[in-house]
Design a protein around this ligand. Sequence first.
Ligand code: HEM
Length: 391
Amino acid sequence: MVEATKVKLRPLYQWLDDRMGISALMNSALHEAVPEQGGWAYTLGSATLILIALQIVTGIFLTMMYVPSFHESYQSLHYLQTNDLFGAWVRGMHLWGSYTLMLVIGLHMIRTFMTASYKRPRELNWVSGALLFFVVLGLAITGAMLPGDQAAYWTMTVVTNIPHYIPFIGDYIRWLWRGGKFIGPITFTRTYGIHIWLLPPMLLGLIGLHLYLLRRHGEFGAWVNYDTEGPDPDREIAARIAKVEPPYPSRDVDPKFAAPNRTVDFFPNQVFKDTLVSLLLVAVVFVMALLMGAPLDGPANPATLTYVPTPEWFYLPLDQLLVLGPQTWLIAFVVFVIPGITATLFILLPFIDRSPERNPLRRAHIIVPGLFVIFMMVTLSVLGINRLYNL
Ligand code: HEM
C-alpha cells in the first residue's frame, strides 16, 4: 500500500521538481558543512527562529478574534478567554512564547559573545542580530500595551511618556505616538500598527539578512573547533583548508579561523539537535500556556487612583534604573545616555574588538565589561523584583 502510494506520487513530485527545483533547493539548504564540536550550543539560533515562527502563528490566530480598538479590545479578549475553546491557550502561547523567546535570544547572544563569533568576516551577523534583538524588544513592549486592561493602559501611559525626556524633540515624539497630549484611541491604533505592521516586516527582513550571512560565512562555532595540535600548525591549517567543504573556507579571515578542524553535514547531524531543542522549547511554551495562561486585569480605567503599574520582567533593569535615578533632568541621563551608550557599544562590538583572539580567557578586556553589563542587569532586576508582584 505504502509502496503503491509512493509509486503514484513519484511522477507528481518529478513534475513539481522539474518546475520548482525542489531537490536542488533542499540539497543546498540541508547539505553543507558545520563544525562538529559544540553543536548543542549552536541550536539556540534555530530555536529562536522556531519561537518567532510560533509567535507569528499564534499572533495570526489572535487577530481572528481580537478587536483592535481602544474600547473593545478588552471585551474581545475577555470573550476569547471565556468562550473560545482554545482562545485562552493560544493567548497564553503568545505570551509564554514571547517570554521564552527573550530568554533564548539572550542565551544565543551570550553564546556568540563568549565565542567571539562576531569577528571578521561575521561582523554583520552580529550587527543584524543586535538590531533583531531591539526589534524583538519593541514587539514585546508594544504587545504588552494591546490587551485593553489596566496593565496595558498603564504600560501605554508609562512607555509613551519615555520620549518626553529626550531633549528638544522628545515632546514631539510623544505627541506623535499618542496622537495628542494624552493617551487615547489614536495611541492605541498607532501602537497596534507598530506591533503588527511596522515591526514584523523589519523582523523578517533582518532574519533574512542574518540567515543569508550565516550561509555565506558558515557557522563559526567556537575557538575549540580551530585548535591546532601537531608540531607544524601552518601545514595542519593548509591541509584543513584544502579538504574542507563549502561554505568554508571563510573569506577575509586569519587562515587559522577559515575552516574548522572537523565538520559534519548539517543534515542530519545538526538538524537533529536543532529539532530536538526547538521541540522541547515549544513543548514548554504549550505547557506553560495551558497551566498559567495569560493574565487579563480589569478593563482599563484612566480615572483609577489606586492601580500600581508593574513593568514587564524584561524591562525591569531599565525600569529600576528609572526608580533609582533622581526625578529631575538627570532622568534624561539615566534613561537615555547610559542605555544609549551601552546599546551603541553593543551594536558596534565587532568594530571595537578587532583582535583575532577568540578564546574568552584571553579576551578579558571585552569579556569583563560584558559580564559587568550582565551583572548590572541581573542586579537591577533583583532590586526591582518586588515591583513585579506589586509588593
Ligand atoms: C530574531 C533573532 C535571531 C535569530 C532568529 C537568529 C538566528 C540565528 C541562527 C539560526 C544562527 C546559526 C546557529 C547558531 O549559531 O546558533 C545564528 C548565528 C549567529 N547569530 Fe543569531 N539570531 C538572532 C539574534 C541574534 C542576536 C541578538 C545576536 C547578537 C547580538 C546574534 C548573533 C549571531 C552571530 C554572531 C551568529 C554567528 C554564529 C557563528 O557563526 O558561530 N543573533 N543566528
